[in-house]
Ligand binder design. Structure first.
Ligand code: NOJ
Length: 547
């Protein structure tokens, strides 16, 4: 079977924030269709769309009420078909999001469960339990929601009396499904077929490590208040039983033949060996490498993370899947500029430590060239090709992430990385929407970073990304074996054995410049002037073709 996915570069579109055609200030599918040529200009292989399904949008579409229909805010099924058709014409594969851990509380199954008495079959598809204590007033266990607060909500019966509790690892409007139930399993296999029939190239699977819960739902007293990343040994994460679900799904994908249809796991699982279990040959094709995303900007940490990730993925015959930003984390142009030692935040709001924007962007560019040189696939998040920073000054009244509300406003949440794209500096809403509306206000710094300000201008972040993707493709960097080079404690450097010769990648995290290796400079993350073109300066990556 073809293995296009092993070194593919895949661009994440967050539909509500990419392009708005109808002027309501929320991105939509017709907007996406019109902007698809951007992906060709950038040079990616595929696009992943965050959910556009019918949803009350309590968690920006990760609360799905109908998995086979499109939310009117984004358009219609016909609009999806048009996007799929146009993407195919442009040679871009399309991956859609699949959200199997929970439905929306407005899903017909959950409505039916609410209308049915305790113990009825309709409740079996979710995780309903009686409460603890004489009157059942205590939740069934001590699990905390990933978004803060308890993971259980108590129902009120038709007579107004308190009733059973239901589990929601996320928002109250996202009840967890019971994956022991055969109907749940059958339903998702049918949903996968539905989208494969429409022509998608694969699925990104939401919280792929959480579907199965430990037998008896045991307490988890060590849970952190808010989960910003991996949690080891939680009784609701990374249970062995999840893998058989994915083996079934893999068989469905493989049955479609060429070109390979793929699935990518969003599984915040550590250590790397546990995460690698998701990408065994009969399971997922890819799993996001969140270790690199969480890695501090320290050479020794990066070297270890890269080595461990490559060892773990190759131990199961898979390739690595690098990622630095997505719609759940602080954009890496800001994250990497935070004061050293700052724990990775969910968002940045008033009162939180602020990044150094200059160092942040320099490191982000260097980090991007580092990961794009590595063997494996890479995911890019919309706007990172422009070097967009996190939006940190969003007023509380516009914030929509349930994390902000559930934390009582103490955690800014993820809205700051979800602000709409900057296309044209002088157009309404920077070209995002013809009406000038934007569901989250765009920071004023986005104007100078708009695509049309960067296109064709040497040294811009956008042109660096385009060059990196072109060179990566031309040299075969994404599938070249690497050997680490020792150029000092603060340097991360590899020799890449490309089909037509050796490419050296050097990332300098130290205060002192290091000598540029001999050869032809293919690309550098700075303009080459800060510490002299003969050097790799602080927070700079250079790619050199050895002569
Ligand atoms: C992970 C998604 O990426 C995130 O945006 C969402 O809130 C949770 N899963 C719940 O679906």
């Amino acid at each position: 079977m073809s293995d296009w996915w092993r070194d593919a570069v895949i661009y994440q579109v967050y539909p509500r924030s990419w392009a708005d055609a109808d002027g309501d200030g929320i991105g939509d599918l017709r907007g996406i269709a019109a902007r698809l040529p951007h992906l060709v200009e950038l040079g990616v292989d595929a696009v992943w769309f965050s959910p556009f399904y019918r949803s009350p949008q309590h968690d920006a579409g990760y609360d799905v009420a109908d998995y086979r229909d499109v939310d009117p805010v984004f358009g219609t099924l016909a609009d999806v078909d048009a996007v799929l058709r146009e993407a195919a014409e442009l040679g871009i594969k399309v991956i859609v999001d699949l959200v199997p851990n929970h439905t929306s509380s407005e899903h017909p199954w959950f409505r039916e469960a609410l209308a049915s008495p305790p113990g009825s079959p309709a409740r079996e598809r979710y995780v309903f339990r009686d409460g603890k204590g004489p009157d059942g007033a205590q939740p069934p266990n001590d699990w905390r929601s990933v978004f803060g607060g308890q993971a259980w909500t108590r129902l009120t019966g038709p007579d107004g009396a308190p009733e059973q509790w239901y589990l929601h690892l996320f928002d109250t409007t996202q009840p967890d499904l019971n994956w022991e139930h055969p109907q749940v399993r059958a339903e998702f296999e049918s949903i996968i077929d539905f989208w494969l029939d429409r022509g998608v190239a694969g699925f990104r699977v939401d919280v792929a490590h959480s579907l199965v819960k430990a037998e008896g739902l045991p307490d988890f007293p060590d849970a952190p208040a808010v989960v910003a990343g991996s949690v080891e040994q939680a009784p609701y994460f990374d249970q062995d039983g999840v893998h058989e679900i994915y083996r079934r799904w893999r068989a469905l994908l493989d049955a479609r033949g060429e070109p390979a249809r793929i699935m990518c796991a969003e599984a915040w699982v550590t250590p790397a060996e546990r995460a690698a279990r998701y990408i065994r040959p009969d399971e997922f094709h890819q799993a996001f490498n969140f270790d690199i995303l969480e890695c501090p900007w320290r050479a020794e940490h990066l070297r270890t993370t890269i080595a461990d990730s490559l060892a773990a993925t190759s131990s199961v015959g898979a390739s690595a899947t690098w990622v630095l930003s997505n719609h759940d984390v602080v954009r890496h142009a800001s994250r990497l500029g935070l004061p050293p030692g700052t724990p990775r935040p969910q968002g940045i709001g008033p009162g939180d430590p602020r990044p150094d924007p200059v160092a942040g962007l320099a490191r982000a560019r260097a980090a991007t060239l580092l990961v794009l040189s590595l063997p494996g696939a890479a995911y890019l998040y919309q706007g990172e090709e422009l070097g967009l920073p996190e939006a940190m000054d969003l007023p509380p009244e516009v914030r929509q992430d349930p994390i902000f509300e559930r934390s009582g406003g103490t955690d800014a949440g993820r809205d700051g990385c979800r602000v709409p794209m900057a296309w044209e500096a002088d157009a309404p809403a920077l070209g995002f929407s013809p009406s000038g509306a934007s569901w989250l206000p765009q920071p004023h710094e986005y104007r100078d970073l708009a695509v049309d300000r960067q296109r064709g201008v040497a040294g811009t972040t956008y042109e660096m990304y385009r060059a990196a993707l072109r060179i990566r493709r031309e040299t075969g960097l994404g599938s070249a074996a690497i050997t680490p080079l020792d150029l000092g404690p603060d340097v991360v450097a590899y020799e890449h054995a490309c089909p037509d010769g050796v490419v050296l990648g050097v990332t300098n995290l130290g205060a002192e410049p290091v000598d540029l290796p001999d050869g032809e400079v293919l690309l550098r993350s700075d303009t080459g002037t800060a510490q002299g073109p003969a050097h790799v300066g602080t927070d700079v990556t250079v790619w050199v073709r050895r002569e």
